[in-house]
Structures are given as C-alpha cells and as structure tokens.
Ligand binder design. Structure first.
Ligand code: HEC
Ligand code: HEC
Ligand code: HEC
Length: 453
C-alpha cells in the first residue's frame, strides 16, 4: 500500500487561532492536537467521514492522535506533555520513522507496547499510555492497527523529548511490579449472558475507547479501580486535570439513568443532545473519535453503557417551576440569582431549560448535579473550547467569566444553579473556586499539565 501524502497548510492558522482560545494550556495543546488531526489525518481520507481503512478506523476508536500529537506538531509525532504524580512525561513519536519513531517495530514489538506497555528496548511504559485498556484489543484489530501505522501514516523525523522525572523516581522497574498487580492478564472475553451488540459495545468502551481512563476512579497506585463492567466502580466518575468526568452508570440524577439509548448515541455522534453538550476533556473524545464510528458501533456502545446499574438509589429529577417564577418576578430570593439573570439566563433561560441541543439545559443535567463541581468552576472561569464534529465547528460557545467575576460571584452563581429548578447538588465554596482559578489560568506557567489518565 502506498504511503498517503498529507499536506497541512492549516497548521499556521491553527496556531494563530489558539491565541484566542481560553482554557488551560494543556487544553489549548489538546485543541491544537485536534486541529492537527483534523487537518492532517482527515485530509488523508479526503472528507472527514468514517474511515474506510480498517486500521485508521481503529486508530480513531483508540483516539491515538489526541495524545500522540502536540501543539503545532504533526499528527502522531508525539511531544504532548502529560503530568503524572512523579513528574512530566512526553508522549512519543509513533510515526513509522525508523530513527525517531516506531519504524523498526515488528508486529510483535508493537503488540508488546500497545497491549502490555513494554517498549521495543524493553523499558516499561508509564500507564499514561492506556495499555491496561488496550489489552482488550483483539489480535486481528491489533494487526490492522499495525498495518495502518506502518503503511498509511507519514513518517515524521522528530526525536522524543526526555521525561522530566526526578532521578530518584525515574527507574522504570517498579512499573513491572505495577503491571504484575494491576495490568489485566487476559484479553477481552465476550460475556455469554449478553448479546452480540452489548459485547461489541463492551469491547469498544472497555478496550480501544478507554473511557474508563477518565471516568473510572483511581486507587492509591493511580490504577483504575476497575477495568470492566463487572465492578460497581467502573465508570463511576473521577476528577482529572481540573475537570470532573461524571458517573456514566444508571444513577438517575448524577449518572445517565435518565438518558435513553438514542440520546446517548446522539451525544457520542455529535457532542450534544437535548440534555447536555460535551466540553472540557470530553472534547478530546468527541472531536477526534466517537463521531467517526459507524452508527452500529455508537449504538452498541450506548446499549452497553445503559446496562450499567446505578451505584446509588436516587429519586428521578422532578422539575420545580418556583425558581423560574421567582426570577421572572424580579425578586429573586437566593444569592447568585441576580448574577444568573444578568450573565447566564440569556442563553440557559430563566427556566434553566436552555435551548437544546445547542444551549444545554442546566435543570436536571447530570454534569450540573455532579458531586464534584470542578468541571463547572473550570467552565465558568475559562469558557468552553470549540466542539468540532468531523471538521465542522459548533456555532455556540460558553463564554469565559474569569475577568468579570470574582471567586465569590462564581461560587454563588454555581451554588444557585445547583439548587434551582429542582436541582439538589451541594453548594460550591469560594475556596473551591480560589483553588482552580490559578491552576487553570491560561496565562500562568503553573497551570496543571495533563494528569495520568
Ligand atoms: C491517553 C494518552 C495516550 C493514548 C490515547 C495513546 N497513547 Fe501511546 N503512549 C502514551 C504515552 C504517555 C506514551 C509514553 C509512555 C512512556 O514514556 O512511558 C505512549 C507510548 C506508546 C508507544 C511506545 C512508543 C515508544 O516510542 O516507545 C506506542 C507504540 C504507542 N504509545 C502506541 C499507541 C497507539 C497505537 C495508540 C492508539 C491505539 C496510543 N498509543 C494511544 C499515551 C497515549
Ligand atoms: C452566550 C451564551 C451563554 C452564556 C451567556 C452562558 N452559557 Fe453556559 N453554555 C453555553 C453553551 C453553548 C454551552 C455548551 C458548551 C459549549 O459548547 O460551549 C454551555 C454550557 C454550560 C454548562 C455545562 C452544561 C452541560 O451540558 O453539561 C454549564 C454548567 C453552564 N454553561 C453554566 C453557565 C453559567 C453559570 C453561566 C453564567 C455565569 C453561563 N453558563 C453563561 C452558552 C452560554
Ligand atoms: C480525556 C478524558 C475523557 C475520556 C477519555 C472520556 N470522557 Fe466522557 N467526559 C469527560 C469529561 C471531563 C466530561 C464532563 C464534561 C461534559 O459533560 O462533556 C465527560 C462527559 C461525558 C458524558 C456526559 C455526561 C453528563 O453527565 O453530562 C458522556 C455521556 C461521556 N462523557 C461518555 C464518554 C464515553 C462513552 C467515553 C469513551 C468513548 C468517554 N466519555 C471518554 C472526560 C472524558
């Protein structure tokens, strides 16, 4: 097969555009990674449609490009900084360049790196590379992926950046023990008590799509507490990089219990539905991966997710119209209500129902009811970055309020939102906002880097 020649004239424009994008530095890097991908990889397939090359399709499902590309860089050439509890590490060049990339990897070498976390020279990879999930990739799919990287990805000569981990923490041998304890010993085994659709969804979600890397809580050794549907911790929600990836289980208020399979599928295909819009690090997934999958695959993933039982017995959300009446009477009772009317209601409505599917409702929205308010604080401080579905950016954007609002105002308006229209989540404290303000400041050099995921 011939190597595809890819031209990326949009790269310069993408860098210029990023200056105007609000968000933490890493998010901007990720945004660029997205742009690079959109301008490069999809150029290879001409239109940004579902890839017909099987290996490219699998690379989309694995979202390899979101991590293995950096600001202003070439797709798959690596260089993205990721924070780990030990220090910053950089993703590597996985283009087929023999000197700086993986051009010398045999299929066996590639297999060992992707499914077992061991590089060609024998060193153990940090689990920031989601090999505990990729261990579920089938032999056939692994071969297709290998062929895609060797034959269709253009080679880029770009040396890997050395990791910034203090010498006393840098020996990689403890990772061998980590693997012994936490890495899965077997691949994906279809569950006999479920049908083929469910099993296809499980294969994608637990494996290539590595949804648990963000949505499953981590234990003391930063291992995901569960890697499959067999445990109640699986996809139960977790915080990372100052975003909270919410519970995706059947919980009626803080999970996806109230979403239908169709609504879930619409969210994966387009980043929005009548109940919410993707933002924060979920954009990595929607901008690069899930919309490129076939309808059968997004359906299977949705069926699988909808089968995950709730972790808590929650009453169904019931809309309460007294908030809207009080706001409309011009005599709002609660702190934050004035701010909401002045700064938020134009888009999200005095009734909290938004204008779906583009202006999300805040009433009964699981992301708003999330016990961890990190995503909400981060979003109000910094606004949202572009949702770009198959190359087409969304027209509506959540603005940033970092300059207009102090910590107390943000805490008040979010506490109001979390208690209005029948919402019943805990108040947000000024201290919580104070902590996230510097950590997510785009102009600070102390911004958090992408954490272990
Ligand atoms: C969540 C981020 C993330 C995703 C997604 C990801 N990787 Fe990685 N990958 C990494 C990091 C970080 C490293 C380097 C780890 C280290 O240095 O210990 C790495 C290392 C590798 C290596 C070893 C390369 C070398 O030079 O030693 C290969 C091969 C690889 N990844 C392939 C893939 C493929 C194929 C996919 C998609 C199916 C993928 N990765 C998706 C983060 C990621
Ligand atoms: C100009 C219109 C606009 C204004 C004003 C606005 N928002 Fe938003 N908001 C959006 C859009 C659009 C999204 C969806 C994310 C995106 O793609 O930008 C959103 C998303 C959100 C979300 C996440 C909802 C979800 O789907 O999970 C919350 C919470 C939120 N806004 C709260 C607020 C608050 C609080 C204010 C006032 C301080 C506010 N918004 C002001 C347009 C707006
Ligand atoms: C890189 C981290 C990351 C990965 C990987 C990830 N997510 Fe998310 N996800 C988030 C964050 C952060 C949010 C909260 C922001 C939002 O609502 O869009 C979120 C939100 C969601 C929501 C909306 C939930 C709600 O309550 O509004 C759904 C559904 C979802 N993710 C499904 C998935 C699925 C399915 C996968 C795997 C295909 C996945 N996510 C992979 C970070 C991630």
């Amino acid at each position: 097969m011939d190597r595809v020649t890819i031209h990326c004239p949009e790269l310069g424009a993408a860098s210029a555009q990023s200056q105007n994008v609000r968000g933490d530095t890493m998010s901007r890097l990720k945004f660029l990674a997205v742009t690079v991908l959109l301008s490069c990889v999809s150029a290879a397939s001409q239109a940004q449609q579902t890839p017909t090359n099987k290996g490219e399709y699998l690379a989309r499902a694995g979202d390899c490009v979101a991590c293995h590309s950096a600001k202003g860089g070439k797709a798959f050439a690596g260089g993205l900084a990721m924070g780990t509890p030990m220090g910053t590490i950089y993703t590597t060049n996985i283009t087929p360049d023999p000197d700086t990339g993986i051009g010398n990897y045999s299929l066996e070498d590639f297999d060992r790196a992707v499914r077992s976390g061991v590089a060609k020279d024998g060193h153990h990879l940090y689990p920031a590379m989601p090999y505990p999930s990729y261990a579920k990739i089938s032999d056939d799919d692994l071969k297709e992926l290998y062929t895609f990287f060797m034959k269709s990805v253009p080679a880029v000569k770009q040396p890997n950046k050395p990791n910034e981990i203090p010498w006393y923490l840098s020996p990689r041998w403890p990772l061998a023990f980590w693997n012994l304890v936490f890495a899965p010993k077997t691949g994906f085994a279809p569950r006999q008590d479920h049908d083929a659709t469910w099993n296809r969804g499980a294969y994608l979600i637990e494996g290539l799509e590595h949804c648990g890397a963000c949505h499953t809580p981590r234990g003391i050794a930063i291992q995901e507490k569960a890697l499959d549907a067999g445990s109640a911790s699986y996809l139960a929600g977790a915080e990372l990089d100052a975003w909270s990836a919410p519970n995706l289980r059947g919980d009626l208020r803080t999970g996806l219990g109230a979403w239908s399979v169709e609504e879930l599928q619409a969210f994966l295909k387009s980043g929005h539905n009548d109940r919410g819009v993707a933002f924060g690090s979920m954009l990595d997934v929607v901008n690069n991966s899930t919309p490129y999958l076939t309808d059968d695959d997004t359906k299977a993933m949705s069926v699988f997710l909808k089968s995950l039982p709730a972790t808590a017995d929650q009453p169904q959300f019931a809309y309460d119209d007294s908030t809207a009446k009080s706001l409309q009477s011009g005599n709002p009772q609660k702190a934050g209500a004035d701010t909401y009317l002045g700064a938020c209601a134009a888009c999200h409505g005095a009734d909290g129902k938004g204008q779906p599917p583009f202006m999300p409702p805040l009433a009964g929205n699981p992301a708003v009811l999330d016990a961890d308010p990190s995503s909400l604080i981060n979003l109000v401080l910094n606004g949202a970055e572009p949702l770009v579905v198959k190359g087409v950016p969304d027209a509506y954007r959540m603005p940033q309020f970092r300059i207009q609002m102090n910590d107390e105002h943000i805490a008040d308006v979010l506490s109001f939102v979390r208690s209005a229209w029948g919402n019943n989540a805990d108040a947000v404290s000024t201290d919580q906002v104070k902590k996230l303000r510097p950590a997510t400041d785009p102009s600070s050099d102390e911004v958090i880097v992408l954490k272990m995921r």
